[in-house]
Design a protein around this ligand. Structure first.
Ligand code: SF4
Ligand code: SF4
Length: 440
């Protein structure tokens, strides 16, 4: 089936927040303490209730002011408020629609248009573009230039750019691209056939995480297909208000995973949230709306999938004290909290210690830590204080973006803790078993 970006659409949601969604807020304030920006600033206008109030004002004719834009920009879209809200306010939908409205009215200058075109049109959806960027990053890191610059303190001269360097991912060669389009057989009896969506940036910066995911799935009786036609999920496009571009990517992924699969697996909570909302994104799309519903029914976070099947318990010990940071898009977006904890507690030798406020955002939030670096670092510093209190040597989470943010936190405000995804710890346990007893 041909993919077209100009498909006929029967019904299209208006760009701004729906009045019915705004009206669900009864102004009770029960969400305030779940909001990282309100916790940091103590300002009503930087709380969920305050932001909903401002969206309401705009929906009812008030002008869009720079203050309104600033309060919305400062929101992490972490959806912590959605979990705390007893009235079922769909805050994630509200902020996405409010940002799409701002984007539609924006008249960006030439430079902003070019930057946006390069990142969202050419880089994220393009394997070649990401591979080139990954190669440049790898050269910077492997040549020792990064180590030299960090040790010399020269990065402070670059101001904001220097701050951002601390958040750069490590390029992991070989990149994961060589596995795309391939099928990996189950180890032992085949119980499931799954499609794995490997992400976009993850293919260069999280190749080892993707390899670990494939290995853990295979050790649990999965034949793992990595569809060749997959592309970026569109989450970053949606967070930036580029809804139409996200729809094009959604159509490509729905087609790529149209085969006979028991599940479509992702190891990135942020991507998973978006993939599970493709039905909303493609609602009214004559050609893709039904396919999107079928696709959504199969999407599973890797922790959700593994916790829902009979887990292969042939694991060797991983002797470490570990704590778990909820990824917002897993805990608040997908309501998955127990699955990752259940998996960690199944690993022999691992001592699990819960941290306070584990489900408050770490400040990563897609590219928030790049765009709102100062607030992201403030939030991270408080997060690390809670983590340091557990004395855990390993911080586990379920989203690549959170791994980068927490690794920066461990380096800047922590005790040099190791940071890993849940499946990487499981992978370690399976490999420890294999080293001692061979495969089982
Ligand atoms: S999404 Fe997160 S940052 Fe934004 S208002 Fe809700 S809790 Fe606060
Ligand atoms: S979003 Fe929910 S919790 Fe927050 S003020 Fe409105 S109704 Fe209350």
């Amino acid at each position: 089936m041909a993919v077209s970006s100009s498909l006929p659409v029967i019904r299209e949601r208006r760009t701004g927040p729906e009045q019915a969604d705004l009206d669900k807020c009864v102004h009770c304030g029960l969400c305030l303490n779940a909001c990282p920006t309100y916790r940091e600033l103590g300002l009503e206008m930087d709380s969920p209730r305050g932001r909903i109030y401002q969206m309401n004002q705009v929906a009812n004719g008030d002008a869009i002011t720079p203050e309104y834009i600033r309060h919305l920009d400062l929101c992490l879209a972490c959806r912590g408020c959605e979990s705390a809200c007893p009235s079922g306010v769909p805050y994630g939908r509200l902020i996405e629609a409010a940002r799409a409205e701002l984007k539609a009215r924006e008249k960006p200058g030439w430079r902003a248009r070019q930057t946006q075109r390069i990142i969202f049109d050419q880089l994220l959806p393009s394997r070649t573009g990401l591979q080139l960027a990954g190669a440049a990053l790898y050269a910077y890191q492997a040549s020792g230039l990064q180590r030299l610059l960090r040790a010399s303190g020269l990065l402070t001269v670059f101001g904001k750019l220097g701050d951002l360097e601390a958040l750069a991912p490590n390029a992991e060669v070989p990149f994961f691209y060589s596995r795309i389009g391939k099928t990996f057989l189950a180890m032992g009896e085949r119980r499931y056939r799954v499609a794995f969506l490997a992400g976009c940036i993850a293919n260069i910066a999280f190749a080892r995480l993707n390899d670990a995911t494939v290995h853990v799935l295979r050790r649990n009786g999965c034949e793992v297909v990595i569809p060749g036609a997959q592309t970026c999920c569109g989450a970053l496009h949606l967070h930036t208000g580029l809804r139409e571009k996200a729809k094009g990517l959604a159509r490509r992924n729905v087609e790529a995973c149209a085969g006979e699969f028991d599940a479509v697996i992702t190891n990135a909570a942020g991507c998973g949230s978006t993939l599970k909302e493709y039905d909303e994104l493609l609602e009214g799309d004559r050609e893709y709306s039904e396919q999107a519903l079928r696709f959504k029914a199969k999407v599973k976070d890797v922790t959700e999938f593994l916790a829902g099947i009979e887990l292969n318990r042939s694991m060797g010990p991983v002797e470490v004290v570990a704590t778990y940071q909820d990824s917002c898009h897993l805990a608040h977006g997908q309501k998955i909290r127990t699955a990752p904890r259940k998996l960690l507690k199944a690993i022999p030798g691992l001592i699990f210690r819960e941290m306070p406020l584990a489900d408050v955002c770490c400040g990563s939030a897609g590219i928030y830590n790049i765009l709102q670096n100062e607030m992201a670092m403030q939030i991270l510093q408080h997060k690390m204080a809670n983590i340091n209190g557990t004395k855990a040597a390993l911080i586990v989470t379920a989203n690549p973006g959170c791994i980068l943010q927490l690794a920066a936190g461990a380096r800047l405000f922590g005790t040099g803790q190791r940071v890993a995804h849940v499946v990487q710890v499981l992978d370690e346990a399976y490999r420890n078993y294999e080293t001692n007893f061979g495969r089982a």
